[in-house]
Design a protein around this ligand. Structure first.
Ligand code: F6P
Length: 341
């Protein structure tokens, strides 16, 4: 049997470890052959793939990024679709596909599976917001990077007695902000799931200041206050009537400074959180998921994905992971709030 592997959507530390786990197990246990599609679904649509012999995956588990490249191509667009994909698979001798990606990738995998393409999924995102799996690989690495960055911001903030704001990734959910904020002892954690007012945020910052601390705020990129929600829907100005300067941290900084009188600086971590070498935890999780995807293929569990439940890797329907995001539950935020100020 020959299997095609692709990595799609945003890059994520651990992608190479998944590829390595799948290829090594597939070759060692089942005598399978592998090809790697280049550039995510683009490679699948265009039939652009390279051989993936054992030597190609040697030593890649510790590398960030993806040796196959990635893209945000939709396999149903740009001349794609199940017929074209099936034809290219036949030309390349590929029997089944392992698709490693986030919600968009897995939704496309489900559609292709419904159309008769043999495909299994491996969930991926640093945001940890995919449902039907307890953790996604890449998240732990992002937390390490964000926590280290905030430890550094703290010593700079303490030296100048400034309020420091760190903006982390998380378009829809605040897992990275919550975990890195708790790990670094941030005085305020702001996440999209919890809308709070500027007064409330300024109150927490002042409390930290009164306790003699240099306030440290972590904010997820998707966070908004009531005031901001309103401004977003109006005229492209930020929450405070100024032209938008970019991310949420840059919008919050001048406003917090004005309200608290404490000099404030903003830092956006951006793609630094996605690059570089994965943590040991992510390497192991990603490797196990890659190996489990081989079991799915061998058992013909098309339209499923591998998933972490507790400490075990299980197989769930792709549709269980789609349609809803795994948000930060109220009790987890309440727990973190006890540490504010
Ligand atoms: O989905 C992962 C993620 O890291 C989000 O948190 C972030 O908003 C987005 O990717 C950024 O994507 P891009 O690399 O396309 O700018």
């Amino acid at each position: 049997m020959k299997i095609g592997i692709l990595t799609s959507g945003g890059d994520c530390p651990g992608l190479n470890a998944v590829i390595r786990g799948a290829v090594l197990k597939g070759i060692a246990v089942h005598g399978q052959k592998f090809m790697g599609y280049r550039g995510g679904w683009r490679g699948v649509v265009e039939g652009d793939a390279i051989e993936l012999p054992r030597r190609m995956v040697r030593g890649i588990g510790k590398l960030g990024g993806t040796i196959l490249g990635t893209s945000r191509t939709n396999p149903f667009e740009n001349g794609g679709g199940p017929d074209v994909i099936g034809r290219h698979m036949a030309d390349l001798g590929i029997d089944a596909i392992i698709a490693i990606g986030g919600e968009g990738t897995l939704a496309a995998a489900k559609r292709l599976s419904d159309a008769g393409i043999k495909v299994v999924g491996v969930p991926k995102t640093i945001d940890n917001d995919l449902d039907a799996t307890d953790y996604t690989f890449g998240f732990d690495t992002a937390i390490e990077i964000a926590t280290e960055a905030m430890d550094r911001l703290r010593t700079s903030g303490e030296s100048h007695h400034r309020c420091m704001i760190a903006e982390v990734m998380g378009r829809h959910v605040g897992w990275i902000a919550l975990h890195s904020g708790m790990a670094s002892g941030a005085h305020v954690i702001l996440i999209p799931e919890q809308q709070v007012s500027m007064d409330q945020i300024a109150g927490w910052v002042k409390l930290a200041d009164e306790r003699g601390r240099a306030p440290l705020v972590v904010v997820a990129e998707g966070f908004t206050t009531d005031e901001m929600q309103q401004a977003h829907s109006e005229n492209g100005l930020d929450a405070f009537g100024r032209p938008r300067l970019g991310g949420i941290a840059n919008q919050l900084a001048p406003e917090l400074e004005a309200r608290t009188g404490i000099e404030t600086r903003a830092t956006t971590l951006g793609h630094i959180q996605r690059g570089g070498t994965p943590t040991g935890f992510d390497r192991v999780l990603a490797t196990r998921l890659g190996m489990a995807a081989i079991d799915s293929v061998v058992d013909g569990q098309w339209g499923t994905m591998v998933s972490l439940r507790g400490t075990e890797i299980v197989h769930v329907e792709l549709e269980d992971a789609l349609g809803q995001l795994k948000v930060v539950p109220q009790h987890r935020y309440d727990e973190a709030r006890i540490l504010f100020g």
